[in-house]
Design a protein around this ligand. Structure first.
Ligand code: 4NP
Length: 148
């Protein structure tokens, strides 16, 4: 894996969290991986991550720099792995992805047994900490597959 795009709905909670975690873990391991994130929806395009995501990342020494954007057609060509936070976002990606790139689409939690990173947007801050713990485990497993 040389490049990975993390995808959630709004690109303000889960996928920027995953991006921040992956950037820090890749740097810690000395891996050169292109890492980005995007949303299947356009509601929050141009916004900073949710303050609760920023807080969890800061508290854990991970950082995210960027603004929300929507998944673009070119992303399916550009990235060699496109990781969805949940089944509904995976379905939205499958609808848009050209067949020759469909093998790149996976659930982010696939290497740790699959399932969804729950949408934390309408919940309390604990949801963000739970998301963080799930993503650290899963991203560690994905990076184990990355060439040094
Ligand atoms: P995310 O969370 O997909 O993890 O960024 C959400 C952000 C915004 C909304 C839903 C989920 N929303 O409905 O606006």
């Amino acid at each position: 894996m040389r490049s990975v795009l993390f995808v959630c709905l709004g690109n303000i909670c889960r996928s920027p969290m995953a991006e921040g975690i992956a950037r820090r873990m890749a740097a810690d391991r000395g891996l050169s991986v292109e890492i980005d994130s995007a949303g299947t929806a356009a509601y929050h395009v141009g916004e900073l991550p949710d303050p609760r995501t920023i807080e969890v990342l800061k508290r854990n020494g991970a950082l995210f720099q960027g603004r929300a954007r929507q998944v673009a057609h070119a992303d399916f060509e550009r990235f060699d792995l496109v990781l969805a936070m949940d089944a509904s976002n995976l379905a939205a990606l499958r609808d848009r992805c050209p067949p020759e790139h469909a093998h790149k689409l996976h659930l982010a939690l696939e290497p740790v047994g699959g399932g969804d990173v729950p949408d934390p947007y309408y919940g309390g801050p604990r949801g963000f900490d739970e998301n963080y713990a799930m993503l650290v485990e899963a991203i560690g497993a994905w990076l184990d597959r990355a060439p040094a």
